[in-house]
Each structure stands twice: as structure tokens, then as C-alpha cells.
Design a protein around this ligand. Structure first.
Ligand code: NAI
Length: 245
């Protein structure tokens, strides 16, 4: 039986690495990002298809419930099932609270947090009918410990952790596992934006003295989408090279 994974925000960064890894695990892949243009300069669709599974792009702004509704319907029609959902799409609008605008706050909450409600509800309904499913939400160490300049981002990621635990309790009896991963500092376009001074300070605090790679996140997500984690739910796995010890 073929199985399908949906990965939001998967044209690049962690999402693209997760898509490729789950394709290697045998999932057909529903890729998502804001628009087709996001996929223009990369080879992700062909790389996935070369592994012998199917890949399709479904454009939607996951902060918009109506767009998620159309996307989930289209994925269900194309692939038949939704066996794994990875809520990966996320943004930062960093700024100290004193200078942060309401727009910066609201945008991050709606993309990082509301999207997780939208997609867990819509794909979760498909999984309930199937009587199985795996949901993995991308949280962050900022949601666990806070981070100056990120009141919006840390609020959204702390919320994702609460939502993960709540929905793990609601859907556990339906054979649906719901977990979160909390990456530390991973080399992606999101962290490239940090200044050299910020980067040096961060490295000091990491036990392993290096940034993580997108593949190191994808490996843990793969485990959480596999039968090896069938009795793991409601958990937050920190992937930070020992940042918090
Ligand atoms: P990234 O910026 O490289 O990729 C995020 C993707 O999400 C982009 O392709 C973007 O277009 C897409 N996206 C943004 N808004 C969207 C929307 N409304 N609808 C659909 N797609 C949208 O980010 P990265 O670094 O790969 O991060 C992925 C996830 O991991 C995010 O949730 C982020 O918060 C989380 N994370 C990343 C860390 C890092 O060090 N890179 C650390 C902790 C968490």
C-alpha cells in the first residue's frame, strides 16, 4: 500500500530535506509552498521522483484556512490518503518587543501557529477516517526557553508545543501519533540572516560547537513518521546539539 506525506513549506530548508528523507522512506510526497516560483530554482520534485515515488506541488498559504481546505481536498483526490503531516512552514520577523509592530506580531502568529491548527484539523479529519496517521510539528528551542527579539516567534512555537500535546490527547485513541521537534540552530536561509556576532555567540552555547544540518532534523522526523515510534505521542524532541544543557 502506498502512503503519502504532506510537508508544508517544503521548497527549501528543513522542509525540502524532510520531503527527500520521507521519499527515501517510501512515502509519496505532497510538497507545499506559497507559490510555484518557490520551486523554480531547485530540483526537489525530480529528486523525489528519481527515488521511485510520486511528488506533486500544492501551492497554498497555510495561514489561510480556506486555502488549506482546498489543498487537503486536492491532495486527497490525487493520492487517496494522508498518512503523515509535517507542519514545517514558518517565518521570523525578529525585533525587540519595544520596537515590534502589531503587524510583525500578528503575521508570525498566523503563519507559525494558526497554520498548524488549519492543517492538523483538516488532515487530521482524513486520518481519523483512515484510523491511522502521524503528525509532526516544527517547534523551536525559542518556544521552550525564549529568545530575545523573538516574542512573536517564541509565542508561536510555545503554542505549537501546547497544540501538539492537546491533539496527541484528542487523537491518541484514533491511532494517530502527534509529536513535535524543537530544532536549535540549523544552517538554513532562516539562520543565514543572523549577523556574524550573533552566530559566534550562539556557537558558544552549543555543546557540540556547531550548527545542525537539515538532514539531522529530517532523520528525527523520519523516525516519528515510522512504525518504530508507534508508542511515542505528545512529545517534543529537542534537536539542538546540547544547547540547553
Ligand atoms: P526556511 O525559511 O528556509 O523555509 C520555510 C519555508 O516555509 C519557505 O520555503 C517559505 O516559503 C515557506 N512558507 C513561509 N510561509 C508560508 C506560508 N504561509 N504558507 C506556506 N509556506 C510558507 O525555514 P527553515 O529554517 O527551513 O525552517 C523550517 C521550520 O523549522 C520553521 O517552522 C522554523 O520555524 C523551524 N525552525 C528552524 C530553525 C533553524 O535554525 N533553521 C530552528 C528552529 C525551528
Amino acid at each position: 500500500m502506498s502512503k503519502t506525506a504532506v510537508i508544508t513549506g517544503s521548497s527549501r530548508g528543513i522542509g525540502a530535506a524532510v520531503a527527500l528523507r520521507l521519499a527515501k522512506d517510501g512515502f509519496n510526497i505532497a510538497l507545499n509552498d506559497l507559490n510555484e516560483g518557490m520551486f523554480e530554482n531547485n530540483t526537489i520534485v525530480n529528486d523525489i521522483r528519481a527515488l521511485g515515488v510520486e511528488a506533486e506541488i500544492f501551492c497554498a498559504d497555510v495561514s489561510r484556512y480556506d486555502q488549506c481546505e482546498s489543498m487537503v481536498k486536492a491532495i486527497k483526490e490525487r493520492f487517496g490518503t494522508i498518512d503523515a503531516l509535517i507542519n514545517n512552514a514558518g517565518i521570523t520577523r525578529d525585533c525587540l518587543m519595544a520596537r515590534m509592530s502589531e503587524e510583525q506580531y500578528d503575521t508570525v502568529i498566523s503563519v507559525n501557529q494558526k497554520s498548524v491548527f488549519n492543517m492538523m484539523k483538516l488532515a487530521g479529519n482524513v486520518m481519523i477516517k483512515q484510523k491511522h496517521g502521524k503528525i509532526v510539528n516544527l517547534a523551536s528551542v525559542a518556544g521552550l526557553y525564549g529568545n530575545p527579539g523573538q516574542i512573536n516567534y517564541s509565542a508561536s512555537k510555545a503554542a505549537v508545543i501546547g497544540m501538539t500535546k492537546t491533539i496527541a490527547k484528542e487523537l491518541g485513541s484514533r491511532n494517530i501519533n502527534v509529536n513535535a521537534v524543537a530544532p536549535g540552530f540549523i544552517s538554513t536561509p532562516m539562520t543565514d540572516k543572523l549577523t556574524d556576532e550573533q552566530k559566534a555567540k550562539i556557537l558558544e552555547a552549543i555543546a557540540m560547537k556547531r550548527y545542525g544540518t537539515v538532514d539531522e532534523i529530517a532523520g528525527v522526523v523520519s523516525f516519528l513518521c515510522s512504525e518504530d515510534s508507534s508508542y511515542v505521542t505528545g512529545q517534543v524532541i529537542e534537536i539542538s546539539g546540547g544547547l540547553s544543557m
